[in-house]
Design a protein around this ligand. Structure first.
Ligand code: SF4
Length: 210
């Protein structure tokens, strides 16, 4: 499998934020979002088999929370085999995926954290909206927002597709939007939207591998 990095850190996003977590970051992406903060993952750093990945993460035992991320992990052919093996070893699996690849074959035991690309990403036309049919109420939907137009667009999509039944995460693109504005806009909606602050960036700034 084509990898960018494997590391152990504090989960900075999702409803699992704050927990110790193992990160497996795959290389390669089918999108090129304007605000991408993991461009280094476009290129492969090293290659490992599924078995070798499992061997490598053993050293973080007894931590059993694993995030599969990228890049876009669903571009890896062996990803389903990795899900199975991790599940058989009792890992709890979080999958970050960009919403532009079908998620219909992902097993239910994998918690999907699926992006919906906002207008400023310049990738919103690549979204596979059919993916909403394959989410469970256990899954999470993430919007990265750069301005008020992105915010209003996201609220319209939440209403149109009845997304309030999922856990909704709103993350500010920090170079364009401050958290305070986003927090105030969220409060005005009175909707169950979680403001996501990317804890790892608050703690370690833009350091890689944390
Ligand atoms: S989907 Fe993720 S990794 Fe790919 S370009 Fe967009 S932000 Fe970067």
């Amino acid at each position: 499998m084509k990898l960018s990095e494997i590391f152990y850190s504090i989960q900075g996003e999702s409803t699992f934020a704050g927990l110790p977590c193992i990160f497996i970051r795959f290389s390669g992406c089918n999108l090129s979002c304007s605000y991408c903060d993991t461009k280094y993952a476009y290129e492969q750093n090293f290659e490992l088999s599924v078995e070798k990945i499992l061997d490598k993460i053993k050293k973080y035992s007894p931590v059993k929370l694993v995030e599969i991320t990228g890049g876009e992990p669903l571009l890896q052919k062996e990803i389903y085999s990795l899900f199975e093996k991790l599940h058989s070893k009792n890992y709890q699996i979080l999958l970050e995926t960009n919403g532009a690849i079908f998620v219909n074959k992902i097993p239910k035991y994998v918690k999907k954290i699926m992006d919906i690309k906002t207008p400023t990403s310049k990738m919103s036309d690549k979204m596979k909206w059919e993916n909403l049919n394959f989410l469970t109420e256990n899954d999470e939907i993430k919007f990265v927002l750069s301005d008020k137009n992105d915010f209003d667009w996201a609220i319209k999509k939440i209403r149109k597709y009845d997304l309030q039944k999922y856990k909704i995460l709103f993350s500010p693109n920090k170079s364009k939007l401050n958290e305070k504005s986003l927090a105030e806009w969220i409060l005005k909606t009175k909707m169950p939207i979680r403001l996501q602050m990317q804890l790892h960036k608050i703690i370690w700034k833009n350091k890689k591998g944390v």
